[in-house]
Design a protein around this ligand. Structure first.
Ligand code: ZN
Length: 164
């Protein structure tokens, strides 16, 4: 079934994809993991607010993620990650962080949330890993460049200072 040479439409590639997670499932799992890392508890209402979706959609998705073995929920509506969910969730946060940092450095901006959210689902772990290494290098180079620039700026202001 892994006959995947040549061009397909995006839908065609997605059909060939053996991963059992949809982009929507990834978005929810990523957010659940993010909230838990911030030391807060996760409930349907919280997810509904953070992701700007209806509580009924959250309930449906939580059920789906639970049946796939990523979550378990307890009384009082608290949602937890299983071991599998925690492993995948951590990767999703890492993937998001790498893309976000890369896009920020590429665009000289500080807020590339929307673009990162849109494209993160389509990159393989190998690409993300290499993008992480590239971004680290770029961050170091940019950091050096801006440090040199501010040093130059200081020197210039010293040179321009009128003689005593
Ligand atoms: Zn994300």
């Amino acid at each position: 079934m892994k006959e995947q040479n040549g061009f397909y439409t995006l839908k065609g590639y997605q059909k060939n994809d053996s991963a059992d997670m949809t982009s929507a499932m990834e978005d929810y799992l990523e957010m659940i993991c993010r909230i838990l890392q911030q030391g807060e508890t996760v409930k349907v209402g919280e997810l509904s607010q953070r992701l700007h979706v209806k509580p009924s959609s959250v309930t449906k998705m939580v059920q789906q993620l639970t049946s796939c073995g990523y979550l378990h929920s307890e009384k009082y509506g608290l949602i937890y990650l299983t071991q599998k969910g925690s492993k995948v969730g951590k990767y999703l946060l890492y993937r998001h962080d790498v893309l976000f940092r890369f896009l920020c450095i590429l665009n000289h901006s500080q807020d590339e949330l929307e673009e990162a959210e849109k494209i993160e689902h389509f990159l393989t772990p190998a690409t993300i890993h290499r993008l992480d290494e590239l971004t680290k290098e770029l961050e170091i180079t940019r950091g050096k460049a801006s440090a040199e620039l501010s040093q130059k700026g200081q020197m210039n202001s010293i040179e321009k200072r009128p003689p005593p």
